[in-house]
Design a protein. Structure first.
Length: 424
């Protein structure tokens, strides 16, 4: 079984590596293809320009053609860094067609990557204007060549020399605008899609983090409720053993203390076992609750009262529930925790004083929990963690759509009153 698990983990970790290798290989092949295309177009422009060098009717090239050709080849090589520095590559690749005689293919390719990178608006505008200018000049050069090597001549009806079509400047600008708009539009579309994908990933990460925090907060409440109650009982039992004058009661009290300690350690081990693993991401709550097997409900209320009474707590309980077995698990747990925390608070802040607990309700009318105890005449001050139990109760009750109030009354009693909805 262990070997199968290890094998599945290795297989799962190998998939991302294979995907990364395939992705990098694809990027290298695309780069090679783009550089090859730009070199071919640069060579075409060089040959076409050279073929009209001796023709008095053609647009002259000369030294500008000789310098522009190697610079155009270098601009194609710069496409290797088109994704890292798209703005710089776009500007540098526009130098050969603007200042010399060459094509503008590298500039248009870099413009597409610049738009996909979602740059600042000013950079995008500058890149688009420069690319348009470079493309306009490259097309204008092509329009002056003989028809044998000039696509612009083919477009306007001249198929071969000595035919020569007159290409108006507005037509050159319109075609240049279209050629510039194509990579610009594709790049903007890809950039927008990437931004949406990044936003979705970020949203998912935030949702996962929120779910983790909620899960850890829920586990922390469980730890506080369970261990706080156990330790309060333990403190009460130890105090009773300390002041007990009957030696025959000592073994029984020690047995109770041992049992309470064992239960507390068991609860602590369970919670720590859950915290050792990463809290599950359960935004839809479809995964099972790992604390659910030991979550108490309405059926465990008598056991809770009995344990507290054996520890020495004076509790008067009234339970009037209609169809308690039909209550949802979350509702039963919330009622149990409210009663448990009320007992814990009474043991901690009013030891030795009676506690009156009433639980009543049924389907359609909800469950009402009331716990009241006299306020102790003297107090040693707030204990560590004071107030967290009441906060946890409020969070648990409000999460189910209920309401809760707590505080002292004019009659000198501390009262906790909660109501939780119970669907029929």
């Amino acid at each position: 079984m262990t070997n199968q698990v290890a094998g599945s983990r290795r297989s799962a970790s190998a998939r991302p590596r294979l995907f990364g290798v395939a992705r990098r290989t694809g990027q290298v092949l695309v780069t090679i293809l783009l550089i090859t295309l730009c070199w071919f177009l640069s060579l075409w422009a060089f040959v076409a320009e050279g073929s009209v060098a001796g023709d008095q009717q053609a647009f002259g090239g000369g030294w500008r053609m000789i310098i522009g050709f190697p610079l155009a080849l270098g601009a194609g090589v710069l496409l290797i860094w088109r994704a890292r520095w798209p703005f710089v590559v776009t500007l540098v690749a526009a130098i050969p067609p603007i200042c010399f005689v060459s094509d503008s293919a590298a500039t248009l390719v870099a413009l597409g990557w610049l738009a996909a990178a979602n740059p600042p608006r000013l950079r995008l505008v500058i890149g688009a204007v420069v690319s348009f200018a470079a493309t306009s000049l490259a097309l204008w050069y092509d329009a002056q060549r003989i028809a044998d090597f000039a696509p612009m001549q083919w477009l306007f009806g001249a198929s071969a020399a000595p035919d020569h079509a007159v290409v108006p400047l507005p037509a050159v600008l319109v075609i240049a605008l279209l050629l510039t708009a194509i990579p610009l539009g594709i790049g903007l579309l890809i950039g927008a899609r990437r931004a949406v994908d990044r936003g979705a990933v970020r949203q998912q990460e935030l949702q996962t983090e929120v779910t983790r925090r909620e899960e850890r907060g829920r586990i922390a409440r469980e730890m506080h409720d369970v261990l706080g109650h156990r330790l309060s009982l333990l403190n009460l039992q130890a105090g009773a053993l300390e002041v007990s004058a009957d030696p025959q009661q000592a073994p029984e009290m020690a047995k109770l203390i041992r049992g309470t300690t064992t239960d507390a350690l068991s609860d602590l081990r369970q919670v720590i076992g859950v915290l050792r693993d990463e809290p599950p991401s359960r935004p839809d709550r479809s995964e099972p609750d790992r604390l659910a097997p030991n979550r108490p409900g309405l059926a465990e209320l008598p056991q809770l009262i009995e344990q507290s009474r054996r520890a020495g707590a004076g509790i008067n309980v009234t339970v009037l529930l209609d169809q308690p077995a039909a209550a949802a698990a979350d509702l039963g747990t919330a009622v149990y925790r409210v009663v448990q925390e009320s007992i814990t608070n009474a043991l901690r802040h009013a030891p030795g004083l009676p506690l009156d607990v009433t639980v009543r309700g049924g389907p359609g009318i909800g469950v009402t929990v009331e716990a009241a105890n006299p306020i102790a005449a003297s107090s040693a001050g707030p204990s560590p963690g004071a107030g967290r139990g009441l906060t946890g109760m409020a969070e648990r009750v409000t999460a189910l759509g209920g309401r809760i109030s707590s505080g002292p009354t004019d009659q000198g009693r501390f009262v906790v009153a909660a109501w939780l909805p119970w669907q029929e």
